[in-house]
Design a protein around this ligand. Structure first.
Ligand code: ATP
Ligand code: MG
Ligand code: MG
Ligand code: MG
Length: 486
């Protein structure tokens, strides 16, 4: 039988500790400590940023780090790394995932050793057939005057990877950056071919090996780091899927307990793993969204980020509401359902991340409270809409002021795109020109105020924010980019 996820994770950590002398360190919290450039921890390397920048306190434990490995809780739902739009739609991107990482600091070892260790682990320890693996290296970036990383290409060839499975990729793919600023460098990636020699390859990226050499400054320029470092990260969920012979991260023991619990708790048809147009009524998408989001919510709340009004808490709140809508409207979940999934998350992740176990009850009640508040707002919003409709003539548009006021946080805080959806369901048209005028007025009002928007907390909805951006109103980057009610 295929190894369970726990064994896969353990094998990674013991490989680096026992065979290659790495010291194991715990996952950092998903809440970035003292780094305003990040909304959430998005990679294993985040906690080591001071080492890369050469600013680590020489008295700290970290100053002695040379070879390190861990399993890091990562969230990609805001800022530079934001995968939210793909979550539920595809079978490999999550808002929360675990990144198995290894590091060699300050030139302890570099490209050759990093590539051969990765190859050894994948092919010898995990036993992945070599001919299913492809690699890519940085093909250079003339605009930034960065040369192709031919050294890495030659390392792969010398390890026996045939040239036909060595790809050159551009800066979008193979120049890794932590955020708009921060440590960065060329990288090389290992991909797995799901098709397995039959027809065109279907590559899913497994592991990224970054060779940290630069820092991206606020003016956009690249400055050399004081030393060179190896920084690698592999998605546990994808690795487990490969090792369990699955095409989808959801068809692994990391997700199946959740999918089962959703099936049992909602009475929806069983999960069939369909995507795109084949997923009739978006049932399977809803399963994936709910399973993904409850993991993200649980992990974040365990680390002390709870749903709120701005920055990371606002992202959490929107993700919670997105999960509630998919659960109630598509899967017909009963009220309070989301909170009931928290123990299932704790069951699958609590051993490795004990903070989940410790805070289990508190997480569940926070989720339930926010779910209840949202359902109540929805109901109240529907009442207000109905009342407004009763005083409208048959050809009147829905007044922009009412829609706007429903969206204000001091009132119901229903996102405008959601209000629009609710009106659409009633077959009424919203006065969108009026809404745009309101957004403009609000924008002017804000622009006139000396205080940046961030200080006051984000009160506006994504639509309004998009509008403000289009008008060139300066906004901080801690507002969600996407329409959360797709
Ligand atoms: P992709 O191209 O698939 O979006 P990436 O290049 O953005 O991945 P990296 O920043 O290189 O990802 O992160 C290292 C590894 O973490 C990836 O190789 C992948 O295995 C995993 N990973 C990245 N993003 C996600 C995600 N949203 N969900 C699950 N695993 C992920
Ligand atoms: Mg990505
Ligand atoms: Mg990639
Ligand atoms: Mg990558």
């Amino acid at each position: 039988p295929p190894a369970p996820a726990t064994a896969v994770r353990d094998a990674f950590l013991s490989f680096f500790r026992d065979r290659h002398g790495h010291r194991l360190v715990p996952s950092a919290s998903v809440r970035p400590r003292g780094d305003p450039s990040l909304l959430f921890v998005n990679a294993g390397m985040n906690q080591f940023k001071p080492i890369f920048l050469g600013t680590v306190d020489p008295r700290s434990e970290m100053a002695g780090f040379r070879r390190v490995a861990n399993s890091q809780k990562c969230v990609r739902a805001g800022g530079r790394h934001n995968d939210l739009e793909d979550v539920g739609r595809d079978l490999s991107h999550h808002t929360f995932f675990e990144m198995l990482g290894s590091w060699a600091f300050g030139g302890e070892y570099f490209k050759k050793e990093a590539c051969s260790m990765a190859w050894e682990l994948l092919t010898q320890v995990y036993g992945i057939p070599e001919d299913r693996l492809w690699v890519s290296y940085f093909g250079g970036d003339p605009k930034a005057r960065l040369d192709p990383d031919l050294e890495t290409r030659d390392i792969w060839l010398s390890l026996g990877v045939p040239a036909s499975r060595v790809l050159s990729l551009g800066p979008q793919e193979n120049f890794w950056e932590m955020g708009d600023t921060g440590p960065c460098g060329p990288c090389t990636e290992i991909h797995y071919d799901l098709a397995g020699g039959t027809g065109a390859p279907q590559l899913v990226e497994l592991w990224n090996l970054v060779f940290m050499q630069h820092n991206r400054e606020t003016d956009g320029s690249l400055q050399p780091l004081p030393q060179r470092h190896v920084d690698t990260g592999m998605g546990l969920e994808r690795l487990v899927a490969v090792l369990q012979g699955r095409r989808s991260t959801y068809d692994t023991d990391l997700f199946s307990p959740l999918l089962n619990a959703i099936h049992q708790g909602c009475g929806a048809p069983p999960y069939l793993g369909r995507v795109g147009a084949a997923d009739e009524g978006r049932v399977d998408t809803a399963y994936r969204v709910v399973a993904d989001h409850i993991r993200m919510l649980s992990v974040c709340i365990a680390d002390g980020v709870s749903p709120g009004m701005s920055g990371a808490p606002l992202v959490l709140r929107r993700i919670l509401r997105r999960a509630v809508r998919f659960a109630t409207e598509i899967l017909r979940a009963p009220p309070g359902f989301l909170g009931s999934l928290v123990p299932v998350v704790v069951e699958t992740l609590g051993d490795i991340y004990p903070e989940l176990q410790k805070n289990s009850a508190q997480i569940a009640s926070l989720v339930s409270d926010d779910e209840a508040a949202f359902l109540a707002s929805l109901q109240r919003g529907r009442q207000i809409i109905d009342r407004t409709l009763r005083r409208l003539g048959p050809s009147d548009m829905f007044p922009a002021e009412v829609a706007w006021s429903l969206s204000l946080s001091g009132h119901l805080g229903l996102p405008l795109d959601l209000v629009e959806l609710m009106l659409e369901e009633k077959g009424v048209q919203l006065d969108s020109a009026g809404l745009e005028r309101l957004a403009r007025e609000e924008a002017q009002h804000r622009a006139q105020q000396a205080e940046p928007a961030r200080k006051q907390g984000m009160r506006l909805d994504v639509h309004a924010l998009g509008e403000l951006r289009r008008q060139g109103v300066p906004l901080t980057d801690d507002s969600p980019k996407y329409n959360y009610f797709l």
